[in-house]
Design a protein. Structure first.
Length: 320
C-alpha cells in the first residue's frame, strides 16, 4: 500500500514542477560539488527526500521525466545520472551531507514512540489503513524524518491500530458484569427447541406499520435495555463507534462465537446499542404513522357527519 501511495512514476508535469523545483540556494549548494554526475545525483537525492520522503537507496527506479526536469535546472545531461547511481559510497556521503544541512533525521525508537501515540489517537477515530498511512506520512514529512522501509511503516500502522482497538474494546467491556456477559452469550447461542438465536429475533424487522409491529419493537427494546448496557460511549469517537456497530451487525451469531471474549463482547455491545437506537427510531416512526392514521379517520368521520347533517337540513328545508 505504501508503494502505491508514494508512487512517483506517474506524476503529472505540473506535479513534477511543484515537487522538484530547486531554489537559487539549492542550486548554489549543488554546484559546490565536483563533477556533473555528482551534482545531478546530489540534486536528485535532495528532491526525493522532499518528496516522497525516501532516500535514493530506497527507490528502485526514478522516472526519466523527473531526472530530466531536475537536470534541466542545473544544465546537466540527464544521462549522467546512471553514472552516479553506480557510486553507492558517494550517494551515502551526499545523503549524510543533506541530513546535516537540511535537518533530515532517521526514524528511530524516539520517533517510533511519538508517532505511535499520535497514530493510536487517529486510529481511535478511524482504523482505515489508508487513512492512517497518509497520516503517518504527513507526520514523517512534518518532522523531516526520512521514510523507513515499507515493512517498518506497516508495523507502525498495525501496532497503532491494535492499541486503539484494545482501548476501545476495554471501554465497551470492562464494566460488564458476569450476569451481563451471560446475557450476551445467551443472545448468540441457539435455543434448543427452535435452533434460532435471540440475536436473530432482535434483528428481525417487524413488518409494515401497525399496532402489532409497535408492540414487537417495544418487546425487542425492552429486552436489550434489560441487559443494562450503561456504556459511556462518549469516550469513543462517533465514527469509530459506528464502524464497530456496523461491523457487528454484519456478523452471524456463530461468527461471534469464534472471537475472543473481548472482541466478541465489544462488537455485540456496539451492535446492540446501535440496534436499540434504530428500534427506538422505528417505534417513533410507527407511533407517528398510527397517530396520523387515527387523526385521518377522525377527520373523515367528522366530515361524514357534517355531510349527513347538511343533507338532513336540506331535506327539512324542502319539506317545509
Amino acid at each position: 500500500m505504501l508503494e502505491s501511495i508514494l508512487n512517483i512514476d506517474h506524476l503529472s508535469e505540473a506535479e513534477i514542477i511543484d515537487y522538484y523545483s530547486l531554489s537559487d540556494s539549492d542550486i548554489e549548494l549543488i554546484n559546490s560539488h565536483k563533477r556533473n554526475h555528482n551534482r545531478l545525483g546530489f540534486a536528485v537525492q535532495l528532491c526525493l527526500l522532499r518528496y516522497p520522503g525516501y532516500s535514493l537507496n530506497k527507490l528502485k527506479n526514478v522516472s526519466n521525466n523527473i531526472i530530466k526536469y531536475i537536470s534541466s535546472q542545473i544544465n546537466i545531461d540527464p544521462k549522467l545520472f546512471s553514472v552516479y547511481a553506480q557510486r553507492s559510497n558517494t550517494s551515502q556521503e551526499h545523503l549524510e551531507e543533506i541530513r546535516q544541512i537540511f535537518g533530515y533525521k532517521n526514524f528511530d525508537d524516539t520517533y517510533n514512540k511519538k508517532f505511535l501515540n499520535i497514530l493510536k489517537q487517529r486510529a481511535m477515530e478511524n482504523d482505515s489503513t489508508l487513512f492512517l498511512m497518509k497520516n503517518a506520512i504527513d507526520l514523517f514529512r512534518k518532522d523531516k524524518i526520512i521514510l523507513p522501509a515499507a515493512s517498518a511503516m506497516e508495523k507502525l500502522i498495525n501496532t497503532a491500530k491494535n492499541r486503539a482497538e484494545v482501548s476501545i474494546f476495554s471501554i465497551l467491556t470492562d464494566k460488564l458484569s458476569s450476569k451481563q456477559k451471560n446475557r450476551l452469550e445467551k443472545i448468540i447461542n441457539p435455543e434448543e427447541k427452535s435452533g434460532k438465536t435471540l440475536l436473530f429475533w432482535l434483528r428481525e424487522i417487524p413488518g409494515h406499520s401497525s399496532p402489532e409491529s409497535f408492540v414487537k419493537v417495544i418487546q425487542k427494546l425492552k429486552y436489550i435495555r434489560g441487559i443494562g448496557l450503561n456504556i459511556d460511549t462518549i469516550l469513543i469517537h462517533p465514527n469509530r463507534f459506528l464502524q464497530l456497530a456496523r461491523l457487528g451487525s454484519r456478523y452471524e451469531p456463530y461468527s461471534f462465537r469464534r472471537f475472543g471474549e473481548k472482541k466478541r463482547y465489544a462488537l455485540l455491545v456496539a451492535h446492540l446499542l446501535l440496534l436499540s437506537q434504530e428500534l427506538t427510531d422505528y417505534a417513533i416512526e410507527i407511533h407517528d404513522s398510527q397517530t396520523e392514521k387515527i387523526q385521518t379517520k377522525k377527520k373523515k368521520k367528522k366530515k361524514k357527519k357534517q355531510k349527513q347533517k347538511q343533507k338532513k337540513k336540506k331535506e327539512k328545508d324542502i319539506q317545509y
